[in-house]
Structure formats: structure tokens, C-alpha cells
Design a protein around this ligand. Structure first.
Ligand code: ZN
Ligand code: ZN
Length: 178
């Protein structure tokens, strides 16, 4: 299995290096139910040694399959992400928490390699759409008969009449015939 780690060992202060990966769609999984990556993930990155930290910029392009929360149909959506991370070297496993310095949040890494897979997967999960609708005006399922209202209309609403209205209707009817 390939790993997706970028070495920082030969990068001197002020230097950058660019890289790119095409990750097959079946290789990485998002730990989210009902979401699947359906296109190879294209990653274009540039890593800069900025003195006391490393600046990582990634452009991520893929496509995901999701389930509409209203009608439960699956649909696909392009998923594009720009990631920018400032990383600092941690000298010990215990110091792997994020460091904050002058209100800048730094991520940390151990050893001489930055794990691109971990960073990309983390950002893909964090940026997943909260509203998962197949289309903005999805009509959803009928709560009574379960019919997908995008496909055809059921008559459930008409069938259910408020009992008070029913009484009123009856009253009007009787009045008409009186
Ligand atoms: Zn829908
Ligand atoms: Zn219905």
C-alpha cells in the first residue's frame, strides 16, 4: 500500500516543493455512513518551509455520493476543497496536540514526514455539507404513504381532513339542503 507522506528533511528555510497525487476512489474511506468517494481524489500540493513552521497548501478535487435526507435517494456531487495548514515539528509524541501561538493554530507532526492522507481525510470529513439535499426544492417522501413526491403526487393530504373541518362541512351541507 502506498503511503502519502511528504518528507521535510531536504527542505531548507525559504524553500518550497510541489507534489501531486491521484488517489484511487476505493483507497480512502470517509468514516461517515452513506457517503462514498466515487472519483479518484486529485491532490495538488505545495509545501513551504517558512522558517519556524511549514506551510502546506492543498487543492483537493473529487466527487462524492450522498443520500438525500428528504427523499433518501442517492445523488452525486463534486467535492472541491482548498486546504491550508500551518505545521510545526513536534519533538515528542506527547506534544502532538495543536499548538497555539499568537492566535495562529498550528498542527504538528512527528519525525521528518507530513502525512497528507491524514490531513486530507480530516478536512474532507470536516467540510462535508450539512444539508444533504439532492436538489434545493426536493419534495421528500410523503410521511403517510412513503411516496417520493418528486416522482408523483399522492392524495394523502386531501384524504386527511381535520375533524373540526369535517363537522363544519357537514353543517354547511345540511344548511344547503334545508
Ligand atoms: Zn431528495
Ligand atoms: Zn402519500
Amino acid at each position: 500500500m502506498r503511503d502519502f507522506k511528504i518528507s521535510v528533511s531536504n527542505l531548507r528555510s525559504g524553500q518550497s516543493k510541489s507534489f501531486n497525487y491521484t488517489v484511487p476512489e476505493k483507497l480512502w474511506h470517509l468514516p461517515e455512513e452513506d457517503i462514498e468517494i466515487v472519483k479518484p481524489i486529485q491532490i495538488d500540493g505545495i509545501l513551504t518551509h517558512a522558517g519556524d513552521f511549514f506551510l502546506l497548501k492543498l487543492k483537493v478535487q473529487t466527487r462524492i455520493r450522498l443520500k438525500c435526507t428528504r427523499c433518501l435517494e442517492e445523488f452525486e456531487k463534486d467535492y472541491l476543497l482548498d486546504i491550508e495548514e500551518q505545521l510545526r515539528h513536534a519533538d515528542h509524541e506527547d506534544n502532538l496536540e495543536e499548538l497555539t501561538d499568537d492566535e495562529i493554530l498550528y498542527s504538528t507532526f512527528l519525525g521528518q514526514e507530513i502525512d497528507i492522507q491524514q490531513i486530507v481525510v480530516e478536512h474532507l470529513v470536516l467540510n462535508l455539507p450539512l444539508k444533504r439535499l439532492c436538489k434545493i426544492d426536493c419534495q421528500g417522501l410523503c410521511p403517510i404513504c412513503g411516496q417520493d413526491r418528486n416522482l408523483s403526487h399522492c392524495n394523502c393530504e386531501e384524504d386527511i381532513v381535520d375533524p373540526r373541518l369535517q363537522a363544519l362541512k357537514q353543517l354547511l351541507k345540511e344548511k344547503d339542503y334545508s
